[in-house]
Design a protein around this ligand. Structure first.
Ligand code: GUN
Length: 284
């Protein structure tokens, strides 16, 4: 079994991006810029945002951190996003989810222009992905594809099973795999025989958010297993895959932490670089 090492792969990608951001700064006289918006005090979100800002530093991206209190109003958040959208030093805007209860996340995200939507969440980017056109794609599924690519794992013709159908991971993951010529099945909470579906997978992606949902008896011998889960059990981070037992069956497997998580951030940084390069090319 080979461990799909997202931590090392992401470090390599950040180093590659550093060369791109250095060249960008030399050419344009200003840095690639990412604005991050965090509303409230969700501890997990605070960790994610801190890691994203640290990733920016390492990749030579200027970060603009915006922290609003739990009590911020819809209007306050929207007017901040509008301000960031108009700032030419900012090439990407990320509003960390989930937002505190009472805020309309959809209306806030809708204020991010598609060209600064580095999360790939807006309808225009998701529509372009569905059509197989050039799109900014959600960072987590993009990170999974990049990890497979860098380990030489081919997707075309393979049977891929995605467990989870969220807008952020499951759906774009299924579309990316389909665009890469896999035969794709999407499973969810109403799937009647999850085990049978999973057993057919050459490539199994677990993205539900339930600790140890995927056990060895659900995995085909030699399958590639990617664990997108980030669950906290007794203060310890663990994925959706029962690592100890599944590692006896899988040919490739991602650890948690150190698998998909760092790749997600690396792809965010890459999306920001792409957006910055497109924005400046457009002006010339
Ligand atoms: N919360 C959990 N994952 C993500 C993500 O990829 N982007 C944003 N903005 N919030 C998240």
């Amino acid at each position: 079994m080979t461990v799909l090492d997202g931590k090392n792969t992401a470090a390599q990608i950040r180093a590659e991006l550093k060369a791109r951001t250095d060249a960008f700064r030399k050419k344009n006289g200003f840095a690639v810029g990412l604005a991050v918006v965090l509303v409230g005090n969700d501890p997990a979100s605070q960790v994610y945002v801190r890691n994203k800002i640290k990733g920016c530093e390492e990749a030579g991206i200027r970060s603009f951190a915006n922290y609003l209190p739990e009590t911020a109003s819809q209007k306050e958040v929207e007017s901040l996003v509008r301000e960031l959208a108009e700032n030419p030093a900012i090439h990407g805007i990320l509003v960390q989810l989930p937002l505190p209860k009472g805020l309309d996340a959809e209306a806030i995200l809708a204020k991010i222009p598609a060209e600064k939507d580095v999360d790939g969440f807006c309808a225009q980017n998701i529509g372009a992905l569905a059509l197989g056109e050039r799109a900014t794609v959600a960072c987590t599924p993009l990170g999974v594809m990049e990890l497979l690519r860098r380990y030489g794992i081919s997707v075309a013709g393979k049977r891929a099973v995605v467990v989870g159908r969220s807008n952020i991971v499951g759906k774009p993951m299924a579309m990316l795999l389909l665009n890469a010529d896999a035969t794709v099945t999407v499973c969810h909470s109403r799937t009647s025989n999850l085990k049978e579906e999973c057993l057919r997978a050459d490539i199994l992606i677990a993205a539900v958010g339930r600790a140890n949902l995927i056990t060895a008896d659900m995995v085909k011998e030699g399958a590639v297993v990617v664990d997108v889960g980030m669950n906290r059990v007794d203060g310890k981070l663990c994925g959706d895959v029962d690592y100890a037992s599944v590692s006896q069956k899988a040919s490739f497997l991602t650890p948690v932490p150190g698998g998909v998580g760092p790749m997600t951030i690396a792809m965010l940084l890459r999306n920001v670089c792409d957006a910055a390069e497109r924005a400046t090319e457009k002006k010339q």
